[in-house]
Structure formats: C-alpha cells, structure tokens
Design a protein around this ligand. Structure first.
Ligand code: FAD
Length: 291
C-alpha cells in the first residue's frame, strides 16, 4: 500500500523506523527485532539506507520481509549522493522487483571525504535530483522526502531551506518526514511557514524516544536539535540510571505524540531504532488513541 493511502485514515497512526545491519553476522538479530516491531501493526515501517549504499541489500531484504510476512506497508530509503546513474537505476529496479511501493528519496550525509570531493562529476547533488530521476523512470512509486523543522545544517537560513524543500515537493515528493525534534513548538512553527510557502503535502513528524544518556549527544550531533530545559532535566536526573532513563525517555516521547495528536496531527513516525520494547511501550501508552 502507498503511504499516501495509509495517511488518509482518521485516527492516530504510528509508523516505526528500523535500520539494516552493518555486518552479515548482525542480520539475524536485526531481522528478528524488525519482525517484533511489525507484529505491533504500525501504519508503515521505514527501513534506512546506509550512507554510500553499504547496506542496500539488507534495506530491501528487511523491507520485503516485513511487507510479505506481516502485511505492513514498507518505505525503503534510498540515498543518491556520489552514486552513479547506473547504480540508482539498479536500485530502483530492485525496489520494484521486491514489490515495495514507497521510496524515501534522500541525498545522504556528506562524509568529510565527500565534502572535499570534486562535485562537478556527481550525477546527483541533491535529493531533488533523485526525485526527478524516480519520476522520469516511470516507476509507480510513492515518493517521500526529508525535511528539517530546525533547518538543515547546510542551509544559510530557513527561507532558503524551505525554497529547496518546495522544489523537492514540486518535483514529485508526495509526503515529507521530519528530522527529530524535542520541542513541538518548533514543528508547529515550521508547519506554518511551509504551508505559507505553498507546500501542501502531508508532513509526518519524526519523534525519537531517547532511552539512554549516550544517545543524547549522538542525536544532537546528528540532527542539531534543540534540547528543551525540561528534557535536559530528565537526562540530568536519570542519565546514570538506565532503567529510569528508559522510562523517562518513553514518557517524554509519548507526551510529545499526545500533544501532536491533540493539535491535529494524526501521523507520527517513531525513530524506534530497532528497539521493539520501546516501540511496544509507546504504543501501549497510546492504545486508546491509535487507529
Ligand atoms: P537535500 O534535500 O538535498 O537537502 C540537503 C541540503 O541541500 C539542504 O540544506 C537543502 O536546503 C540544500 N539543497 C537542496 N536542494 C538544493 C539545490 N537545488 N541547490 C542548493 N541547495 C540545495 N541518511 C542516510 O544516509 N540514510 C537514510 O536512510 C536516511 N534517512 C533519513 C530520513 C529522514 C526522515 C531524515 C530527516 C534524514 C535521513 N537521512 C538519511 C539523513 C539525510 O541523508 C541527511 O540529512 C542529508 O544531509 C540531507 O538529505 P536530504 O535528502 O534532506 O537532502
């Protein structure tokens, strides 16, 4: 099923994100974790794509398994930075052959190596180039894209970032998923601005349950997200007590989702990081709201 169809439902919908293993030996345990999450019947599951394509095989294997065995719609991520046209065409073919109907079209992060590379030879510089390629391929795929309530770190300002986002949507992105954020007001402000800029496609907010103190620094480095004082207090108080930090992180994410739903947002993507127990706890907390 296409994500645009999934999003038409009226009750609260939770989707989960998983990531493929980096090594062959980790495959069995990751696969099993993703299956546990699929059993929770999320509205869809997204499977990330390793930067540079290192885990591309597993992205599709996991997405196909979840879809075929559990009937959960899947969204396969695909990055394009530094990839050749031939590689991208091959990946698109594989996605179609796996029967996957949704693709998240991403540029991918610039590693220090890529940052210093000669970009004039690249076939794709931005996600919009991949979106155009997907449309031109004629594949019947529902295309998603990433967006950044707190501005992509490479953008000079929000106006510029939103202008590029609009180009991505105009090129064929049918829905957007946000980078994680810990203050819902940033999301509401962002939504107001993109709607004003004429971006009307559905936006799925991405919520990351932080369940251990080490995750905080990594999440901030990765996303540049603002940490509200209320959140920092939780980490200060419970950071050295793993069980309590996990409970507090799940409660914080649950609270964010309830506030989003109360403010009219029906679809929330949980960055569940291959942790079925965390996904299950959040789902349980919201059981009477979920469709
Ligand atoms: P783009 O849309 O290309 O934007 C990147 C920057 O370029 C922005 O500053 C934008 O304003 C600017 N820009 C865009 N178009 C133009 C243009 N035409 N001219 C000039 N500037 C332009 N990474 C992975 O490796 N694998 C994943 O599976 C993955 N999944 C993700 C899922 C989500 C929901 C999010 C939010 C991020 C994900 N990422 C993933 C990280 C992502 O690859 C990085 O954030 C990356 O730096 C930007 O990707 P993008 O697709 O948003 O790029």
């Amino acid at each position: 099923m296409k994500i645009t169809e999934v999003l038409r439902q009226e009750k609260l919908l939770l989707s989960f994100e998983v990531f493929p293993p980096k090594t062959d030996t980790a495959f069995a345990s990751v696969k099993s974790a993703t299956e546990e999450m699929a059993k929770l019947k999320p509205s869809f599951m997204s499977v990330t794509y390793g930067a540079g394509g290192g885990t591309s095989r597993y992205t599709l294997e996991i997405a196909k398994n979840i879809k075929d065995r559990y009937g959960v719609p899947t969204l396969a991520h695909l990055t394009c930075v530094s990839s050749s046209k031939d590689t991208v065409h091959a990946r698109i073919r594989e996605i179609i052959d796996a029967g996957i109907e949704n693709v998240m079209a991403l540029r991918g992060d610039l590693t220090p190596e890529l940052e210093n590379a000669d970009r004039s030879a690249w076939d794709y510089r931005h996600a919009v180039d991949l979106v155009r390629e997907l449309k031109e391929s004629g594949a019947d795929l529902c295309i998603g894209g990433a967006c950044y309530p707190e501005i992509h770190p490479e953008s000079a300002n929000q106006q510029e970032d939103i202008r590029h986002l609009k180009e991505k949507v105009d090129a064929g992105c049918e829905f957007l998923t946000t980078q994680m954020f810990f203050d819902n007001n940033l999301l509401y402000n962002f939504l107001y601005k993109i709607r004003e800029a004429g971006i009307t496609v559905p936006v799925i907010p991405g919520v990351m349950p932080i369940t251990n103190a080490n995750q905080v620094a990594r999440a901030v480095k990765l996303s540049g997200s603002f940490m509200p004082v209320r959140f920092k207090s939780l980490v200060d108080k419970f950071g050295t007590s793993p069980a309590a930090m996990k409970q507090a992180g799940i409660a914080y994410a649950t609270d964010q989702i309830i506030d989003l739903y109360a403010n009219g947002i029906k679809n929330v993507h949980v960055y569940s990081m291959n942790k079925p127990d965390v996904a299950e706890a959040i789902r349980r907390n919201l059981s009477d709201m979920i469709g």
